[in-house]
Design a protein around this ligand. Structure first.
Ligand SMILES: *Cc1c(COP(=O)(O)O)cnc(C)c1O
Length: 493
């Protein structure tokens, strides 16, 4: 039986180019009441095209319906729960969008003189201040455009500070539970990456760490809570181990949705960290951006922060470019300003107690799922989880069904898949992050769906292996799809 709980509209759709017919347009202008000019004569022949090859000619209603129909092919956070672990796919309150569209903010120009940009600069100052408070750090830069970009900025700060002391050192340590961007960042900034084993609770093994840290160690890059959803309980001791040898602690703060208002990395020994504003602080993401990877740092790293830095003297904001130790710019202008506005709106709309509640609800929701599914799926780490829970497909593989197959079947139940096969430290991982914005009713539906799939696997694994049944296409060759995509929809013959 092909069980189907919810489905979304799905129609056939031609390419816009195939709908084209010569002379169709989306507008109609009145006849000229002034003399026509020849564009080639006015602009110079080389600036004027005679035609745009293959440009589709379609009516307004065709364009609107085309893109609206295409939008129904996608899953979205505004359709239902999106439990993609590590990505913090929370519902984005509309008030953030409203604020980001405020005329003076939305139409601000980066070349606007400082005297006409005081309001924008105040937004930046207020957000820097709020994030410093939330993280327990001394200074914040909002320039980096995403999480990985923030990591690079942070490790560049560490490198610059160590260089100033006379030796940039050679190694950066990454636990085996690290997000792939961590070792990639260390490598890009010129460090050798050393892998640190986790213990059987899924935490950094302090004994292993002590063995690895020496005078060549620049930093440890640690995600906390880490990618198995577990809080690094020994983080204070971990930081002491690094500091005692002159190294630093970089925290990947992509999982701050589990800490905001509850614990501050600055209080547990972190020197520098990034925040994914598009995750924790609620900007629609997943479609490739834009994002913002704010970097929060302790005072000893601030002299190296990207320029320009915001200054406030005699009631006036200005940009300070005169900073001899800076690593320089990491992005044009001042970062992805629209994302910064959304983050500040989100923080102010919640207030301190509201942010703390959101964190507690995110943790509660993940633990509710952990309890609801632990009788059905293997749970490699037993400790209570933070904002996300990681199962493995251990019990299902003896029927030939893997995490990717379960995820495909979940699509038939009306949910976006969880994160498949990450973190690598858990073989066949199912990484589930509900976030605080899901109601108990929605989470119960999800738990029902997962339990039902587990039963289907016991009864008829072959059926599950052919899922999904309710989508426009079912199983594709994922490598070929990524390398040689065929974007035209072909009706099944
Ligand atoms: C999302 C994520 C990143 C990378 O952030 P981007 O904004 O995608 O560059 C890094 N680390 C962890 C743990 C993440 O979840």
């Amino acid at each position: 039986m092909v069980k189907k709980v919810r489905s979304h509209i799905s129609q056939n759709e031609q390419l816009l180019f195939e709908m084209s017919s010569p002379g169709k347009k989306g507008y109609q202008l009145p006849d000229l009441d002034v003399p026509a000019i020849d564009p080639a004569a006015a602009l110079g022949g080389s600036a004027v095209r005679s035609e745009i090859a293959g440009f589709p000619e379609v009516s307004e209603v065709e364009v609107i319906r085309h893109f609206t129909r295409l939008s129904t092919w996608n899953y979205a956070i505004d359709l239902g729960m999106y439990p993609l672990g590590s990505c913090t796919m929370k519902y984005n309150p509309r008030v953030n969008e409203q604020v980001a569209r405020t005329e003076g903010l939305a139409w601000a120009h980066p070349y606007q003189p400082e005297s006409l940009a005081q309001g924008m600069m105040e937004v930046i100052a207020a957000l820097e201040c709020a994030l410093a408070e939330i993280t327990g750090m001394d200074a914040v830069t909002l320039q980096p455009a995403a999480g990985a970009h923030g990591e690079m900025t942070g490790i560049l700060l560490i490198r610059a500070a160590l260089e100033k002391q006379g030796n940039p050192r050679k190694k950066v340590l990454c636990p085996d539970s690290a997000h792939g961007t961590n070792p990639a960042t260390a490598q890009m900034v010129g460090y050798d990456v050393v892998n640190i084993k986790s213990n059987d609770l899924g935490m950094v093994d302090v004994a292993e760490l002590v063995k690895a840290v020496d005078g060549d160690t620049a930093a440890l890059m640690v995600t906390n809570p880490n990618t198995v959803g577990v809080f690094e309980e020994h983080i204070v001791q971990v930081a002491e181990v690094l500091h005692s040898k002159g190294g630093m602690v970089y925290m990947d703060g992509a999982n701050m949705n589990a800490l905001v208002g509850v614990a501050r990395p600055g209080d547990f020994g972190v020197d520098v960290m990034h925040l994914n504003l598009h995750k924790t602080f609620s900007t629609p993401h997943g479609g490739g951006g834009p994002g913002a990877g704010a970097v929060a740092m302790k005072a000893h790293l601030e002299p190296f922060a990207p320029t320009p830095r915001l200054k406030f003297d005699n009631g006036v904001y200005s940009w300070d470019y005169n900073r001899p130790d800076t690593i320089g710019r990491v992005r044009a202008f001042y970062g992805n300003f629209g994302v910064l506005v959304r983050a500040l709106a989100y923080i102010m709309a919640h207030g301190g107690p509201g942010l703390r509640n959101a964190t507690m609800d995110a943790i509660l929701n993940a633990n509710y799922i952990r309890k609801g599914l632990e009788a059905f799926f293997d749970l490699p780490y037993q400790s209570p989880c933070m904002h996300e829970v990681v199962f493995s497909d251990d019990r299902q593989t003896n029927k030939g069904v893997k995490t990717g197959d379960i995820a495909k079947r979940l699509i038939d139940y009306g949910f976006h898949p969880y994160t498949v096969s990450f973190p690598l430290i858990v073989h066949g991982a199912l990484m589930i992050e509900p976030t605080e914005t899901e109601s108990k009713a929605e989470i119960d539906l999800f738990i029902d769906a997962m339990q039902s799939i587990a039963r289907e696997i016991d009864e008829d694994p072959q059926m599950v292996l052919k899922a999904p049944y309710t989508t426009r296409t079912s199983r594709v060759d994922e490598t070929t799809a990524a390398r040689k995509p065929i974007v035209r929809w072909k009706p099944a013959s």
